[in-house]
Structure formats: structure tokens, C-alpha cells
Design a protein around this ligand. Sequence first.
Ligand code: C2E
Ligand code: MG
Ligand code: MG
Ligand code: MG
Length: 292
Amino acid sequence: EAKDNGKNQYSLCTPDMKNEVEKNMKLSNDLYRALERNELSIHYQPQIDLNSKEITGLEALLRWKHPKYGMISPVVFIPLAEKNGLINSIGKWVLKTACRQNKKWQDMGLAHIKMAVNLSGIQFINENIADDIEKILKESKLDPKYLELEITENIAIKETDFVIKVLEKLKKIGVSIAIDDFGTEYSSLSRLKNLPIDRIKIDMEFIQGIKKSPKDQAITGVIINLAKSLGMNVLAEGVETAPQLDFLNQKMCDYVQGYYYYKPMTAEEVEEILKKLKESEKPSITEKVLKP
Ligand code: C2E
Ligand code: MG
Ligand code: MG
Ligand code: MG
């Protein structure tokens, strides 16, 4: 039976696959002009401290509004940018824009919080990455302690001397480092302990399984304890429900990010929320502000 399904899927997929390859080639081409045509933008998703219930950070998430196809997921176009060589310039644009935005909110007196920016592995192996980031910080006048770089687990554990050297250079600049999507790749714990990492972000796959799967509960609990034992802080991604939040509170997870609190939003929407929080005089998030 499974074999039949596979067959059907395959035969159904063949014409689609061809379209997809063609579409990706077209998208890859179109991406070259996306920056200059202002088709790229950044959405920001708040990160919440479970102790204080305050917003302590924002993750910058890239968006592409294609003139013909509409919104395209970064899961689709980031790999294209990694292949066609655009990832370095797009990545720099994201860093610049996110740092400037964060500095602007600081200057407006709205918030002094961290901006987290995703780094592609390709950007990371670029020799100039640390210099580029230092330059961007200087130019945007953002204090490095308000920038966090997210690297994926598979970059982080390729513990070549090179990776450690780059991470140490970045730490010296004063930014913090997070491992993104933690738990999905094979991680060597002995390697992890040698890396200058500030934060582990638990992949949402585990968080979303918490309700139904005791195994996902176990894995989430182990990662939280691991992070704490290694002196790192820990954030759970993709938190959507109250039971998930209860579990994470009970396990003393430090931070959460997810639709339960906020979806990624435009800069304007974030600004509104920061203003409201400021006016409410309570720095922490009240249910009222959260769910108006
Ligand atoms: P990520 O860095 O792990 O980002 C988290 C993703 O989870 C985001 O998807 C976010 O919108 C989504 N998310 C957040 N909370 C929830 C939730 O409660 N439920 C569900 N179902 N999803 C949630 P998004 O924005 O589509 O980005 C996907 C991935 O694309 C990111 O995963 C990251 O790996 C990559 N990406 C996004 N922006 C950039 C960028 O500027 N540079 C690079 N190199 N990669 C980026
Ligand atoms: Mg991320
Ligand atoms: Mg992630
Ligand atoms: Mg991811």
C-alpha cells in the first residue's frame, strides 16, 4: 500500500517538480533586483522573558513580496540566495536595516532590547563577516550588546578552528550568539561546550509536540537543562498554546517566541505595541495589551 502511495505521489509530482525547478530559476533571477526594487522587507517577532513577561528581544525575519507571485517564504528564497551568491549582500542589508531600526526605537525611548538577526552559513564562512558586522554597528551607532546573531546548529558544531575563531571575534566585538533550531541536527555535546554561545533556541518541532508526545517533552526538558548547565540561556521557538507555555514555565525555560504572544510584524506594528507598552506604564506585558 505504501508503495502504491509512493508511486502515485511520484507520478503526480513529476510535472510539478519541473514547474518548481523552473519557478525557482525564475525566482533566483528575480531576486537580483529585489533589493533595488524595494521588494524585501523585515518583519520582527518579539521574544518574551518568562520571568518578567517583558519583551526582551526581537527577531528580524526577512520577507520578499514578489511583484507577480506575492509573498515568498524565506525558506524558499534564502536557499536560492545562497546558491546564486546574493546571500552576502542580502544578509548585509538585513543586518543594516535591523540595527538601524533597533537604534531608532532606542532613540525614540521606546525600548532597549536585543535585535536577533539570522546568519546564513555562507555569510558565516565569509572571511570579512566580523569586520562587516563591526562596520554596520559603528555606522548604525547601535551598541553591540543589542545585537544577537543566530547561527544554525550545523554551522556551530562544525568545530573547525575557523568557526571558533570567527565566533570569538564576534564575541570580542560585543554581540551575542544564539544557536538556532537546536535539536534538529546531530550535536556533539563536547563540541558545544567549547563554543562561545550565549543562547540555545529550541526548535519548534519539539515545542509543538509537547502536548502529545512525552518524547518531545523529554527532549525539551533535556535541552533546557543542558543550556543551563553550560551557562547559556534558553529560548523556546514556536510557542502557540497555553499548555506549551505552562510546560515551559514549569521547566524554567528562560524565554519564548511564538504566535501565542506575537506573530512576526511590520516595523510599524511593533512600534505601536512598544508605544502602548510604554504608555501603560507597566513595562511588562499585560494580557490586555497582549490580546486587545
Ligand atoms: P527561524 O530563524 O528558525 O525563524 C523562526 C520561524 O518560525 C519564522 O519563520 C517565524 O515566522 C516562525 N514562527 C515563529 N513563531 C511561530 C509559531 O508560533 N508557529 C509557527 N508555526 N511558526 C512560527 P519564517 O519567518 O518563515 O522564517 C523561516 C526561516 O527562514 C527562519 O527560521 C530562518 O532560518 C530563515 N530566515 C528568515 N530571515 C532570514 C534572514 O534574514 N537571513 C537568513 N539567513 N535566514 C533567514
Ligand atoms: Mg532564527
Ligand atoms: Mg529557528
Ligand atoms: Mg528554522
